[in-house]
Write a protein that binds this ligand. Sequence first.
Ligand SMILES: [Fe+2]
Length: 185
Amino acid sequence: MAKWAYDLSEALLAESLPDRWAHSQRVYAQALTLVPALGVNAELLAAAAIAHDVGYATDAVDTGQHMIDGARYLRDVVGADPRLCGIVAFHTSSPWEAAELGLSDALREFGPAEPELVDAITYCDLTSSPTGQLVDPGRRLVEVLDRYGPDHVVFRAVSAARPELLSRVERVQQRRAEAQQESVS
Ligand SMILES: [Fe+2]
C-alpha cells in the first residue's frame, strides 16, 4: 500500500508542486521512524504520510480545504482504503479548519478519526518543514502562523489547534521512546 501511495503522490505533486513533494517525502521518512511504535499500522501510516497533502494537487482541489479534498480524491478517484482516507482527512489542524470553513459535515464523512494514527500523522507533518527539512514542531507552527497572517482561516484554525497539536506530538514522542525502550530491554 505504501508503494502504491508513493507512486500516486509523486505523480500528483513532484512536478507541479516540488516543495510540497519534498515536504511529503520528509513526512514519509518521519513515518518510517515510527514503525516500532505503530506495529501493524505502520504501513498504513507510511501510505497516509506520503499522500497526506495530495489535496493541494490541481486535480484534487475542490473545496479548498486540502485535507478534505485529498481524502475525497483518494476515496472517489482512486478508491483508496477508507482508513487511509480517514487519516488524510483528519491530519493536523483539519477539524479546526473545517469548522472555520463550514465543512465539518464534509469532514465527518471520513470519521471517526483514529486517534493514534491522527497523532502520528500530525507528529510527522509538524516535524517536517514546507521544503522537507526536519524542524521543531513549535517553530513549525510559528512559521505557519507567520506565513498566513491573522486574517487567514489557517491562522485562526492553527491558533486554536496549537495546544492539542503539541499534545499529539508529545504523545507520539512518548510512545516512540517506550517502543525504543522495549526493543533494547
Ligand atoms: Fe503536510
